[in-house]
Design a protein around this ligand. Structure first.
Ligand code: F6P
Length: 360
């Protein structure tokens, strides 16, 4: 029997389809092991105030496997070590308060489901003595140490479907269609959705592009008989020698918001090719709605493994997909790193081999 009798679970950072599937697996596996689960609302905010918690039993998670979002709520603004305070032009360190609440609630361990930022916070609390198990989450698929994250497959499936739809209208009007997808530091969504949707150009953060080369590629396609083209661009893609396109600068408690590159590239391609051009920003649609079967399964495996680890007393680890297994890896090895698309990734090479331009 585990010495862990009561655990907290929270979701932090931007949501990803599959969060609820992890929560469900954690609650059911823990319950069946005699462990009580407390849901903490809105990331670590739930531990700043013990009123923002609720006990979760299998009954409370019935029917959530297929739901997007998170029943616990989330935020990417509440880092307890650097908490933005309204009306005060600064931040406060509430970390001791979190530890106090954790102890007051008589929790034995925490399951923290989140992206790189949330996992860094989890690791800091682990170093302060809180037994933590991390579960990686991001639609961007850029967390170090795991081959995949739940949410990514859902985002790619949605984006590929959008590209399919754009194909028919692009063809009808003989236009260039530019599709902006998410991907802040890594081009996994753009590359996979672009490959699945048959894009002609894919622009990703890992490969700085030259818009003249993109335009030349599209003109050459036209010379060879193509009547339309599809360009997929990750929000974090950068022109050679240039910077990312932002809709908002960083300010207190917020990272800068990316966006606008689709419109920019579309305008430039219209100017340089003379072709009619339109753009679409898929934005948060990629994060909404039901997770795919693949993401439900991965999320369930992560949740089950997290409970297995805490029952064994293994803490300070993140569960990671390392096919065919889900394995624990030290949080310390993961944080602060980004899993970008390797330049020798076979899909990237194959995309080039079948005529996709990366604008370089
Ligand atoms: O990290 C996931 C992600 O969806 C990024 O692709 C995107 O840049 C960011 O979150 C958007 O965050 P927000 O929901 O705060 O606008």
């Amino acid at each position: 029997m585990s010495s862990v009798a009561k655990i907290g679970v929270l979701t932090g950072g931007g949501d990803a389809p599959g969060l609820n599937a992890v929560i469900r697996a954690v609650v059911k596996a823990a319950f069946n092991s005699g462990i009580e689960v407390v849901g903490l609302e809105d990331s670590f905010d739930g531990l700043l105030d013990s009123a923002r918690t609720r006990t979760l039993t299998p009954k409370d998670v019935t029917g959530i496997l297929r739901l997007g979002g998170t029943i616990l709520g989330t935020t990417n603004k509440g880092n307890p070590f650097d908490y933005p305070v309204d009306g005060l032009d600064g931040h406060v360190d509430y970390s001791e308060r979190v530890v106090e609440t954790f102890n007051k609630m008589q929790l034995d361990a925490l399951v923290v489901i989140g992206g790189d930022g949330t996992l860094q916070i989890a690791h800091q609390f682990y170093l302060m003595g809180i037994p933590v198990v991390g579960v990686p989450k991001t639609i961007d698929n850029d967390i170090w140490g795991t081959t995949s994250c739940f949410g990514f497959d859902t985002a790619v499936s949605f984006a590929a479907d959008a590209i399919d739809r754009l194909h028919t209208t692009a063809e009808a009007h003989k236009r260039i269609m530019v599709v902006e997808v998410m991907g802040r530091y890594a081009g996994w969504i753009a590359l996979h959705a672009g490959a699945a949707g048959g894009a002609d150009v894919i622009l990703i953060p890992e490969i700085a592009y030259d818009v003249d080369k993109v335009a030349a590629h599209l003109r050459e396609r036209e010379r060879l008989g193509a009547k339309f083209s599809i360009v997929v661009v990750a929000e974090g893609a950068k022109p050679q020698g240039g910077a990312v396109t932002l809709v908002a600068q960083a300010h207190a408690g917020h990272v800068e918001r990316l966006g606008g590159i689709g419109a920019l590239v579309a305008a430039q391609l219209h100017e340089k090719t003379g072709k009619e051009t339109r753009y679409v920003v898929l934005g948060h649609l990629q994060r909404g709605g039901a997770p795919t079967a693949f993401d439900r399964v991965l999320a369930t495996r992560f949740g089950g493994k997290a409970v297995e680890l805490l029952r064994r007393g293994v803490f300070g680890r993140m569960v990671a997909n390392n096919p065919p297994d889900i394995v624990p890896i030290p949080l310390a090895d993961v944080i602060g790193k980004t899993k970008t698309v390797p330049i020798d990734y076979d899909l990237l090479k194959t995309a080039r081999a079948i005529g996709v331009s990366f604008g370089d």
